[in-house]
Design a protein around this ligand. Sequence first.
Ligand SMILES: *Cc1c(COP(=O)(O)O)cnc(C)c1O
Length: 404
Amino acid sequence: MNTEDIRRMHREYVMSTYAPGLALVRGEGVRVYDAEDHEYLDFLAGIAVTNLGHAHPRYVEAIREQAGRLVHVSNLYYNEHQPRLARDLVERSGFEVGKCFFCNSGAEANEGLIKLARLWGHDQGRYEVVSMRGSFHGRTLATLTATGQDKVQKGFAPLPQGFRYAEFNDPASCREQIGPETAAVLVEAIQGEGGVRPAHRGYLRQLRKICDEEGVLLLMDEVQCGMGRTGRWFGFQHYGVQPDAFALAKGLGNGFPMGAVVAGAKLADVFHPGHHATTFGGTPLACAAARAVIEVIETEGLIENAGRMGHMLVEGLCSIAADHPRWIEEVRGLGLMVGLVLDRPAAPLQKKLQEKGLLALATAGKVLRFLPPLIVGEDDVRRALEITAAACDELEQEGTEASR
Ligand SMILES: *Cc1c(COP(=O)(O)O)cnc(C)c1O
């Protein structure tokens, strides 16, 4: 099928929750190819998912091997990979003791955090969750309510009760929202969909202190910034803060749909049989895939690479920004979670980059987000910067001509 065939059939049979452009059919490392075999440098990685790049041999082998052995048994039976993956995650989390619950997506992982907080607070009459403006936590009814963005909630009233909102990077605003019914504060270390906004130095520490003083849980959504993307295993590890539990998904399975709740001592033993469940969560296949992800990240030094390549990408983008001071405002991010902040919609730049063979994503209107796989090399970053510089020059040129 060519792109036009795929597009036509998609329009007829698939609900239009997205407006896709390209039809990608194959990938290798940092590159993907469309139905006409055009090559693209993938600096989006399926929205921070395919951290090992495409078709990584060790990952492919792990899935193949496990698929031929045992795919699914349900959580009514033990499977050998689930506790090993849970141990691997807890050991990297900074929790002295901890436990995991496995599910299938980021929304479900956050839903799990919210249920965990409500059950924990139930006997004290604490059920409210305070989340941040500009946050993103998913699209289920509870998680879209936790998401502090009107556009995500519009049209879905009545929303579930028990959610309040504070300003991101403003500890005083969070303290104001906490009351006797508050069970938890939920926050991202680096807001992703909100426009690649890192927490300020000290902010998360102050939240930790406020939560401790108020007897409230600190929960973190690491769905996008976790799993090595920022140059540490988890985003909060840049800030010297330990949450009471956090949510993972996106990069955890490298594209195999998977999410996890990782909880420290306070929350590790709150759920008992009957409280929470999932048919698919933590299958042998999903856990084998995620174990291969952790193995490759460590054997190939991908976390250090994310830090180094992120630095190179930011430096290069800063120099591009300096060439276009009239409309590029800022470069921000951590590791390989990087945003180029414009004074205008970023969609035209995204489009121009794609025409030139570079995939990135406009988010929060005016931010162009780069989320390359963690295997990205210097040559790839250099090439992406060349394309971005050329696209910015052209846009500036066209803008000048248009205003003549
Ligand atoms: C993507 C994302 C989610 C939602 O994950 P899904 O797998 O799409 O449900 C939640 N939180 C954050 C921070 C995300 O980036």
